[in-house]
Design a protein around this ligand. Structure first.
Ligand code: NAD
Ligand code: ZN
Ligand code: ZN
Length: 361
């Protein structure tokens, strides 16, 4: 029996979202229907609404979620009804050239559900990041479901489905942060603070949080920042160099997604250091840098898709750290809200009042 549920849809660019009736088909081969319990509001949902990620409207928003599997389609062996799962937006294929080379976190052929979810009139929806989880039930590829310990509440666990995983992974997986490193994080929203917390977990000894908002800097301290810089008042490149003995940080993580903050990251790292771009730019943005500086400063300029995570490896491990009290997922939950409150959550995000608003169903 197909399902009729309520979900949050962006019908057109920049307009308020609407709560719509949505048809979710029974899972086909390789698919699963999941009862969503909680879904965080990520800046990427706002990018979708503002037209920054293509014009595939109407979008079914939400993609940072945990819930319980309701039904699975033919041939699904890894998850079963009743399993508690975090949804991931990079279900690796195991067969593309990246997977075959043993680097599945770069998978070039990640899986989503084959069937569409639709509005009442049959209009197919584009689910955000192939998930769409501001909805009572969603349809995904079974590989997008990662089983974790149900002792972790969905409000916390769901955050690993996007922003917090992206931030922690940007530090640990992409940036390779390790004991004794100096790390700077530019942009301390949910993703940036997760990078701060990841650097702290990995043993970095100098962790510099940079933001234009003092509230964000206060929260960053709670996640392990040893220094803070308000870049509205202070040149962040100078400040980061000063804090690191004139050198720059070993790893600088850009978690805003803008050319000017990328440039700051580029010049705030030490010679042979690493820049990690985890913030997502929009299509019109371009970057100009002296090529001699790109060469002369050496090191690595990397981007981080989803924190270069492997959900099957990283989600259960991070949930274990959470249950042991070593990973503060609850600290990212600024408020819990209902499906009808997503527009207001975007407004709060723009005003810098929240790290994560989490929709609870
Ligand atoms: N790479 C990935 O896989 C991935 C995953 C999730 C989100 N993202 C992206 O990461 C970025 C951050 O997401 P978020 O959910 O943390 O957003 P957010 O809105 O919660 O945080 C953005 C932060 O950047 C700060 N900021 C804005 N302009 C700044 C500037 N000029 N200098 C310093 N700080 C500035 C804001 O004050 C805010 O604290 C977004 O671009 C989002 O799309 C990427
Ligand atoms: Zn692959
Ligand atoms: Zn996201």
């Amino acid at each position: 029996m197909p399902y009729t549920v309520k979900g949050v849809v962006a019908r057109s660019k920049g307009k308020p979202v609407s709560l719509e009736t949505i048809h979710v088909p029974d899972p086909g081969p390789g698919e699963a229907v999941v009862n969503i319990q909680a879904c965080g509001v990520c800046h990427t949902d706002l990018h979708y609404l503002e037209g920054g990620i293509g014009d595939g409207f109407p979008f079914l928003l939400g993609h940072e979620a945990a819930g319980v599997v309701e039904a699975v389609g033919e041939g699904v062996a890894d998850v079963a009804p009743g399993d508690y799962v975090i949804l991931n937006w990079r279900a690796v294929c195991g067969d593309c050239r990246a997977c075959r080379r043993g680097r599945p976190w770069y998978c070039f052929n990640t899986h989503n559900a084959a069937q569409p979810m639709t509005l009442e009139d049959g209009t197919p929806l584009s689910p955000a990041l192939g998930i769409g989880a501001f909805v009572e039930k969603t349809l995904v590829a079974a590989g997008q479901c990662t089983k974790v310990d149900p002792a972790a509440p969905a409000t916390a666990a769901g955050l690993l489905g996007c922003g917090v995983m992206a931030g922690i992974g940007a530090a640990i997986n992409t940036g390779g942060v390790t004991r004794g490193d100096s790390v700077a994080v530019i942009g301390c929203g949910g993703v940036g603070d997760a990078a701060v917390h990841g650097a702290h977990l990995a043993g970095a000894t100098t962790i510099i949080a940079v933001d234009v908002d003092d509230r964000k800097l206060g929260w960053a301290k709670g996640f392990g920042a040893t220094h803070t810089v308000n870049s509205r008042e202070t040149d962040p490149v100078e400040a980061i160099r000063e804090i690191t003995g004139g050198n720059g940080a070993d790893v600088v993580i850009e978690a805003v997604g803008r050319p000017e903050t990328y440039r700051q990251a580029f010049y705030a790292r030490d010679l042979a250091g690493t820049v990690v771009l985890v913030g997502v730019p929009t299509p019109e943005m371009t970057l100009e840098l002296p090529l001699l500086d790109v060469f002369g400063r050496g090191g690595a300029l990397k981007s981080s898709w989803y924190g270069d995570c492997l959900p099957s490896r990283d989600f259960p491990m991070l949930i274990d750290l959470y249950l042991q009290g070593r990973l503060n997922l609850d600290g990212f939950v600024s408020e819990t809200i209902g499906l009808g409150d997503v527009d207001e959550a975007f407004a709060k995000m723009k005003r810098g009042e929240v790290l994560r608003s989490v929709v609870v169903l």
